[in-house]
Design a protein around this ligand. Structure first.
Ligand SMILES: [Zn+2]
Length: 285
């Protein structure tokens, strides 16, 4: 299949995302945005289509026609408006309140914290016979966007993992470009769940092509699911199937599976595509 792709220059450039190697323009988070891409046909999975036309036959369990991965990035576990209040009460109660919040089904927690909804999400997914992945951050207090201590979530994460849902790492601002940081955060999360962590997504979808794939592979991850645009939904390299990325610098495939991200909730609204709630489900203007 790789040989087939190489034979078609246009398809090969899109598949490997050649334009993202040493880009002239990136955004304030050093991301390569859709608005500078020369491949404007983002809603068409053109590389996947080319592969299918050339003999790729994806097979899905139970004869299903397609597969979809549901994922959740856990940036925060408590709304910011609640944080000062929680901190105040926590200090008043000398740690008793904190203990109560950590207890997953504590009435206090359910009442006060609408973000503590892991089990609601799991129940909802269960109705549709679906199991998703939860990507947790394993930050230290001095890291940017630190919002929770992963050790405090041990019981809830164990519950998620032991019931068959996946737990992966949501890398902080540095991880996408720092092997040491990546290994450190992976170890921190693994200590909490007592299992290997094989899945990854970057916070803010920070990504450097092809370096992030290389360091993820070196750190021992089996798959990444960051590769999508933050500023537009669609198919960043024309793929709607998982693939092994190719490194144009080394001339080799990278030993990691990319499950491409096609749609992120906040891309549809607010700062990016500015769709309303009626248009958002289709993901297109
Ligand atoms: Zn995030």
């Amino acid at each position: 299949m790789l040989e087939k792709l190489k034979q078609n220059e246009k398809v090969w450039e899109l598949y490997t995302k050649k334009e993202e190697y040493n880009p002239q323009v990136t955004d304030s988070f050093e991301r390569f945005p859709y608005y500078v891409s020369k491949h404007r046909d983002v809603f068409e999975p053109n590389v996947s289509r080319f592969l299918v036309e050339n003999g790729l036959k994806p097979v899905y369990p139970d004869g299903k026609k397609f597969g979809v991965c549901l994922t959740h990035d856990i940036d925060v576990v408590c709304p910011s408006r609640l944080s000062p209040f929680v901190d105040t009460v926590r200090s008043l109660y000398h740690g008793q309140f904190k203990k109560a919040l950590k207890s997953p089904f504590s009435r206090l927690n359910k009442k006060l914290n609408p973000f503590w909804n892991f089990r609601d999400i799991m129940e909802l997914e269960d109705k549709y016979n679906a199991k998703s992945s939860f990507y947790f951050m394993a930050l230290y207090m001095e890291n940017q966007d630190y919002a929770y201590e992963i050790e405090d979530l041990k019981d809830e994460i164990s519950y998620i993992s032991n019931n068959g849902w996946e737990v992966g790492l949501h890398g902080g601002h540095e991880s996408y470009n720092d092997l040491e940081d990546l290994i450190n955060k992976k170890n921190k999360l693994e200590k909490v769940i007592g299992k290997n962590v094989i899945g990854y997504r970057s916070h803010y979808l920070r990504f450097k092509t092809p370096d992030t794939w290389e360091i993820l592979s070196k750190a021992g991850f089996k798959y990444d699911t960051t590769f999508g645009y933050n500023d537009c939904s669609g198919f960043r390299n024309g793929m709607c199937h998982p693939f092994k990325p190719f490194n144009l610098n080394t001339g080799k495939e990278i030993d990691i599976l990319e499950i491409p991200l096609t749609i992120m909730d906040c891309t549809l609204l607010r700062d990016y595509m500015r769709l309303d709630f009626k248009k958002a489900p289709s993901g297109q203007n």
